[in-house]
Design a protein around this ligand. Structure first.
Ligand SMILES: NC(=O)c1ccc[n+]([C@@H]2O[C@H](COP(=O)([O-])OP(=O)(O)OC[C@H]3O[C@@H](n4cnc5c(N)ncnc54)[C@H](O)[C@@H]3O)[C@@H](O)[C@H]2O)c1
Length: 379
């Protein structure tokens, strides 16, 4: 049977946050089996028992050595993403990778080269591109409801105190894809240049690992072929604010603003187009974004709702509220693109376009706001 026709055999590597994807792959009609892998044997056994998955590998090495594995979904620590994605592609397997794709331009280029050489799929599993809020805004945008877009803003604020050690001192914009991806996906654009300032000061000891002095970074991005500028702020430490992964976008007919607190609903702003004197009244409406189970096969559609998971206790899941129903959409796109033998929606160049702005922004912050250009990774 040709690869394009047969069901997928997939290994999920890293069963912290990654475990949340196990039952979705397990239920997907185009997946023959899902196996779990983690270098931590206790976590591996617990995840297998929790989801009733028997097939397991003690680490990535064992996964890559098994010719029965068609595809690998990496949900491992940030500093491992680039090297592991390259190894997966070089082993002739399709690769899904959690965000960010990489933390240097050089590694982004190496992943693109490995994907092109292997001809296998690479997809960055960006949850922010499939939230209920994003899917609703995308519908408005595609209908032309916004009119002409004039400005957009993203922010990802999360207190990472007490998280695994690789987060400690991480340059904030090295993990900012959630805040910029929705805007770039809507506008179909890439970033050309950035100015960014670091804000606040990390304690000396926390600066050592990455040479980053900033707990917060705030950037303004110039897009390649659009007059719209995008402002993005990212905080990791020393900033008292509840978790929020947000984007807002404004046109001359409609505006969308993410909720202040994750548990609330977002706002849509509109304007009467009738004649006016001065000071037009702008209406606001609090909207509940629809749950888009209609876009999914019935076997995995219920996974847009947090309640279907057996506990959902992992902090990434709890704080992200299940990342607003995005997980089954990501799984479906990765699986279907692979089975159909087409490029995934967040392919290697799109992943580069959504990851590189954060790398450039941190570089700008280290140069006190100097302009840093972002290469066109499609050429
Ligand atoms: N919204 C999102 O898309 C989102 C949310 C949370 C986390 N993430 C990403 O997911 C990653 C994982 O998050 P987490 O909170 O589960 O992190 P974590 O550090 O708690 O878990 C990572 C797991 O990977 C395992 N691991 C490490 N090296 C391995 C190897 N070589 N082979 C097999 N397993 C290995 C570890 O034992 C651990 O269980 C993060 O680093 C982040 O990049 C994305």
């Amino acid at each position: 049977m040709s690869e394009a026709k047969r069901k997928l055999r997939i290994a999920l590597v890293g069963v912290g946050f990654g475990a949340e994807f196990a039952p979705i792959y397990n239920a997907h009609p185009d997946v023959e089996w899902v196996a779990l892998s983690d270098s931590n044997t206790e976590k591996l056994a617990a995840a297998g028992a929790r989801f009733g998955i028997e097939r397991s590998y003690p680490g990535l090495e064992a996964v890559l050595a098994d010719p029965d594995v068609d595809a690998v979904h990496l949900v491992t620590p940030i500093p491992l993403h680039a090297e592991q994605a390259i190894r997966v592609l070089e082993a002739g397997k399709h690769c899904a990778c959690t965000v960010p794709m990489a933390t240097s331009f050089a590694d982004i280029r190496r992943i693109i080269a490995a994907q092109r050489k292997s001809g296998k799929n690479y997809m960055m599993m960006e949850t922010a591109a499939y939230t209920r809020e994003f899917l609703m805004v995308e519908d408005h945008y595609l209908r032309g409801d916004f009119g002409t877009i004039s400005f957009a803003r993203g922010s990802h604020m999360q207190d990472m105190e007490g998280w695994p050690d690789y987060w400690m001192g991480l340059p904030p914009h090295h993990y900012m894809t959630h805040a910029i991806a929705p805007v770039l996906k809507l506008l179909g654009e890439r970033v050309a240049k950035v100015h960014c300032f670091g804000s606040g000061r990390l304690p000396e000891e926390r600066q050592r690992r990455y040479g980053n002095p900033f707990p917060v970074e705030t950037a303004i991005f110039r897009l390649a072929n659009s007059p719209v500028a995008v402002e993005v702020t990212r905080s990791l430490f020393q900033t008292v604010r509840p978790y929020s992964e947000a984007f807002s976008i404004y046109g001359d007919k409609l505006g969308f603003e993410w909720q202040q607190i994750e548990e609330e609903d977002p706002l849509i702003f509109s304007m009467p187009q009738a004649a006016f004197s001065r000071g037009r009244k702008i209406h606001h409406e609090i909207v509940t974004p629809p749950d888009r189970q209609d876009l999914l096969p019935p076997e995995i559609a219920p996974f847009t709702k947090r309640s279907v998971f057996s506990d959902g206790k992992h902090l990434s899941f709890v704080q992200g509220g299940g990342h607003s129903g995005s997980h089954p959409h990501l799984v479906h796109e990765f699986v279907r693109s692979t089975v159909e033998g087409r490029s995934p929606a967040i392919d290697v160049v799109t992943a580069a376009n959504w990851t590189a702005p954060g790398i450039a922004a941190h570089e700008s912050a280290m140069q006190d706001g100097a302009a840093v250009e972002i290469p066109d990774f499609s050429i």
